[in-house]
Design a protein around this ligand. Structure first.
Ligand code: IPM
Ligand code: MG
Length: 354
């Protein structure tokens, strides 16, 4: 079980260190995990002048899974676009063909007060957002900034999806719905955009292969509204790259803390990149304050999806539930009556719970 570990930038190295400690426990207990680190994002630029250096690419291609911290930081904001940390992230997604991005939004009962929504609206929340990750306006050509026929500067991006791209993400989404409550909501803007009208048409076609799944469709503006109005109506949501980017941030905040949410990005063969849903939080980097639980939970997703080690995945997830029950909280989820811990302090607690 070869894992490429990419700490990245900002709080990345701190949270990855805690996830590694958790994986080390599992290795000592017999899982044949091998880990090797490489730089990505700003760290890649600093080391090799590229956000996705060749040596990192080589390591990731050879690995079974990639565990990533986070990329980006103000230090890199003025670099040319192709050299920016985010480009490293987009490049690795595309290079490894990680088209299926799974972003769960789960509310842990102990954290019900962390949400900005009323407890009755969010208690028991458990949504899985499936975001297509290698197509859409993120990668569509043509794109650029140029002078048009009238001599005025103009910028353009292209929203496009091929039938095969839509079919493969549809199968992933229906497969996940089959393992859950068999309810799938496909989010589109079919009333305006041909690309997503086509998306909807393909989903209706693929649905015929999954008669047990109840497929519904929702426009993205309505979906954004419904997510804060009554989020528990959703079980699995599936959508394209740009809508998924936006809706998954919105859904994450229903749970109160983006610091708790893991993610998986999978290829056709369940090779995957696993990363917390939050960013590199440059403001608290190096202060041992960050919440490592999203990264630890991302490692659990890796055990489940890439290595098919359901038992080990549950062991890690249960350890996280235990430390929350015990009252340990990093600053982002702290409330009165709990015990405030540092990033490494949270790692200590999870290791002890394991
Ligand atoms: C995400 C992030 C990335 C994205 C950025 C950092 C390129 O927002 O993973 O959601 O837009 O996909
Ligand atoms: Mg995003």
């Amino acid at each position: 079980m070869k894992i490429a570990v990419l700490p990245g930038d900002g709080i990345g190295p701190e949270i990855i260190a805690q996830a590694r400690r958790v994986l080390d426990v599992l290795r000592q207990d017999g899982l044949p995990l091998e880990m090797e680190e490489a730089p990505l994002g700003g760290a890649g630029y600093d080391a090799f002048g590229q956000p996705y250096p060749e040596s990192t690419q080589k390591l990731c291609r050879a690995a079974d899974a990639v565990l990533l911290g986070a990329v980006g930081g103000p230090k890199y904001d003025n670099l040319d676009r192709p050299l920016r940390p985010e480009r490293g992230l987009l490049a690795i997604r595309k290079d490894l063909n990680l088209f299926a991005n799974l972003r769960p939004a789960i509310l842990y009962p102990e954290l019900a007060n962390a949400s900005t929504l009323k407890p009755e609206v969010v208690s028991g929340l458990d949504i899985m957002i499936v975001r297509e990750l290698t197509g859409d306006i993120y990668f569509g050509q043509p794109r650029g900034i140029a002078v048009n026929e009238l001599g005025e500067r103009e910028a353009y991006n292209t929203m496009r999806y091929s039938e095969s791209e839509i079919r493969r993400i549809a199968h992933v989404a229906f497969g996940i719905a089959m393992k859950r409550n068999k309810k799938l909501c496909s989010v589109d803007k079919a009333n305006v955009l041909e690309t997503t009208e086509f998306w909807k048409e393909i989903f209706i076609d693929v649905a015929r292969e999954y008669p047990q799944v109840e497929l519904s469709h929702m426009y993205v503006d309505n979906a954004a509204m419904q997510l804060v109005r009554n989020p528990k109506q959703f079980d699995v949501m599936v959508t394209g790259n740009i809508f998924g980017d936006i809706l998954s941030d919105e859904a994450s905040m229903l749970t109160g803390s983006i610091g708790m949410l893991p993610s998986a990005s999978l290829d056709q063969n369940n090779k995957g990149l696993y990363e917390p849903s939050h960013g590199s939080a440059p403001d608290i980097a190096g202060k041992n304050l960050a919440n490592p639980l999203a990264t630890i939970l991302s490692a659990a997703m890796m055990l489940r999806y890439t290595f098919a080690q359901e038992e080990a995945a549950l062991r890690v997830e249960n350890a996280v539930k235990t430390v929350l029950k015990q009252g340990y909280r990093t600053a982002d989820i702290f409330e009165a009556g709990c015990e405030k811990v540092s990033c490494s302090g949270m790692g200590d607690a999870v290791v002890a719970a394991l």
